[in-house]
Design a protein around this ligand. Structure first.
Ligand code: Q46
Ligand code: ZN
Ligand code: ZN
Length: 315
């Protein structure tokens, strides 16, 4: 194969992005990536330099890459790591925490850590077993706990926006799942930005237009160290299967994932996915949880506090 060169200088290309018809050397790629992040932030009016941002970091490549980019762009962004108490082969949660701590220390950034076992008495897999004894994967309880803890931290800390590092591959996998079941409420809620409402903090996903391959290349070329091990519960998930299918499509049709996502956002903007009657009713019925004060549709405690009180009762 002939040598490929950067489109901006005479260096060898470090990355070729068929979907954008672009090739860059290391330095020009890093520059492009930071510029594109800023463009996405502006395109969707996500936040400004005046906002206080809280970023959910997992120790993985996407969240650490996002923290690095926002820090370089001069945003005021703190990190938040939730230690879920997941073991895996290498004590997955503790190792991930260490990557986040090292990253923050090296750059003088502020990181908050919540250890679920220490704060709520049980690890996430233990809490999940209390909820659904029969299920082998703790993912639904895990997702609920993460959303709850993040929102609480953002509210308590007076942050303007809560950020996550979901990339395009994550977004199209969710979109695919929502389209397969015509989950109109899910489609309506899927957005690069979700405005604050009824006790939920404003949320944004500045990496939503980057392919996973692009965030991986940024982390690698920037020399950011991150946890390579995946959560042991991630294997065999539907999301991974959807990602594989979408990757096959992308191989044949470079750019199709971005097209799928962008066309969806356009349709959403045209209000093709109006919230269903069920969601309208539940919106009206949101009330603060008597224990934590976060919004819930439950009559008494919210789902997370219910689980934690169960855990305390079993001790
Ligand atoms: S939900 Fe499930 Fe993830 Fe929680 S238990 Fe692991 S795979 S970390 S995004
Ligand atoms: Zn170059
Ligand atoms: Zn609660």
């Amino acid at each position: 194969m002939s040598t490929m060169f950067c489109q901006k200088c005479d260096q060898r290309a470090a990355i070729r992005m068929r979907q954008h018809r672009l090739m860059f050397c290391r330095d020009h790629y890093l520059e492009w990536f930071v510029e594109q992040t800023q463009r996405t932030i502006e395109r969707y009016h996500m936040f400004t330099l005046a906002d206080r941002l809280l970023l959910a970091v997992s120790g993985g490549k996407d969240s650490l890459a996002l923290w690095d980019v926002l820090w370089r762009l001069g945003y005021s962004v703190d990190g938040m790591y939730i230690n879920l108490g997941i073991d895996g082969e290498e004590h997955y949660s503790n190792e991930s925490e260490q990557y986040c701590r090292t990253f923050a220390e090296e750059r003088g950034l502020s990181l908050q850590v919540v250890n679920v076992k220490q704060s709520f008495g049980q690890t996430v897999p233990e809490l999940a077993r209390l909820r659904h004894r029969s299920r082998s994967k703790p993912c639904s309880a895990c997702g609920m706990a993460k959303r709850h803890i993040m929102n609480q931290a953002a509210r308590d800390g007076g942050y303007d926006v809560l950020l996550t590092a979901h990339n395009l591959d994550d977004e199209v996998a969710v979109l695919f799942a929502n389209t397969l079941s015509w989950n109109v409420d899910g489609l309506n809620r899927q957005s690069p930005v979700l405005e604050a409402r009824d006790g939920f903090v404003r949320k944004a996903k500045p990496f939503c237009r980057f392919y996973e391959r692009e965030t991986a290349a940024y982390t690698l070329l920037r020399g950011i160290e991150y946890i390579e091990e995946e959560c042991p519960f991630a294997t065999g998930s539907k999301q991974i299967i959807y990602k594989e299918i979408l990757n096959k499509l992308e191989e044949e049709h470079p750019g199709i994932k971005l097209h799928y996502y962008v066309s969806f956002l356009k349709a959403r903007q045209q209000q093709v996915f109006q919230p269903g009657a069920a969601e309208k009713v539940s919106e009206l019925e949101l009330r603060p949880c008597p224990s934590c004060g976060q919004p819930t549709t439950n009559q008494g405690l919210c789902a997370f506090c219910t689980l934690v009180s169960k855990a305390q009762a079993t001790k």
